[in-house]
Design a protein around this ligand. Structure first.
Ligand SMILES: [Zn+2]
Ligand SMILES: [Zn+2]
Length: 288
């Protein structure tokens, strides 16, 4: 049994075959945490989770949706959503669902900033929005799901601010982790979990510095404590090898586990058990 700890199985990418896909995935022994990214997709995540035993939801506002974007992701929603300002009351009400297991994805994304935008203002708004999520998670006693890209130092600082104040007792997960070894060690010391996607199955890029043939992310996987590791697909995105280029789906989380097993020189069952235990512990998943 596996847990895909971060997917978007309720997104529009699956609209015609969502029911069939979810049932097939559950039958194959893969449980899912499906992640909201704004008001609409957070509502849909909860609705989806309430329909199926073995599907759980998180709710939050993705840092890309905090600012007006020039692109539109038709795999996410049926129509373009303008920038949203985080409304704690709205999300607090949604969090009443028993299937809501965390707040997020929220975080900082300095990578995908639209051209010509006031970058400093956008970063300030993203930081305020992270804090609003952390306040809500702390109030509700829930963990957080953090999305972080090219912003690890700032994210670590915000985490530390909350931990120093005795908040965020349940911590959370930094999903699709792509920081340095040093960043990884710092999040681990803070008690956070690190999530890995199909990206770890991709061949190294020309710019990667390899140690023992491993990219930095793979070195992190080799050395980090197994009890703080999560596996995820982030589907419909980031499809692992051997399906790269096609639409991703939650059952492919097994390929992520397989790659981690290879890197650590252990059996896939060992990774399966450890990461399932981790997801159950952090999210308090009600599964046998
Ligand atoms: Zn993300
Ligand atoms: Zn995501």
């Amino acid at each position: 049994m596996f847990v895909d700890s971060h997917c978007h199985v309720h997104f529009r990418a699956y609209k015609d075959e969502q029911d069939e896909l979810i049932k097939k995935t559950l039958e194959s022994g893969v449980f899912m945490v499906t992640v909201g990214t704004d008001k609409e997709t957070s509502c849909e995540a909860i609705e989806c989770a309430e329909k199926y035993n073995g599907v759980f939801a998180t709710i939050g506002l993705h840092p890309e949706h905090v600012i007006d974007q020039t692109f539109f992701d038709e795999n996410e929603s049926a129509e373009h959503h303008p920038a949203e300002t985080f409304d704690p009351d709205f999300y607090r009400t949604l969090a009443k669902s028993k299937k809501c297991v965390a707040i997020g994805e929220c975080g900082l994304d300095y990578y995908r900033m639209p051209e010509g935008i006031d970058r400093d203002a956008a970063i300030i708004k993203q930081k305020q929005t992270v804090r609003a999520h952390f306040d809500l998670a702390d109030e509700l006693g829930l963990p957080v799901v953090v999305h972080c890209r090219d912003a690890y130092a700032d994210q670590l600082a915000i985490n530390q601010e909350y931990l120093d104040a005795g908040k965020l007792k349940r911590r959370g997960v930094i999903h699709c982790f792509a920081g340095t070894l040093e960043n990884a060690r710092a999040f681990i010391a803070q008690g956070f979990y690190l999530g890995f996607t199909g990206v770890i199955t991709f061949p190294a890029r020309k710019t990667d510095v390899l140690v023992d043939g491993l990219t930095e992310t793979q070195q992190i996987i080799r050395e980090m404590p197994i009890d703080q590791m999560f596996i995820e697909t982030d589907s419909p995105y980031l499809t692992p090898i051997p399906f790269r280029g096609k639409r991703n789906e939650p059952s492919y989380v097994k390929y992520v586990a397989q790659k981690i097993a290879e890197i650590r020189g252990v059996s896939i069952e060992e990774i399966e058990h450890a990461t399932t235990d981790n997801a159950k512990r952090l999210f308090r998943l009600a599964i046998e």
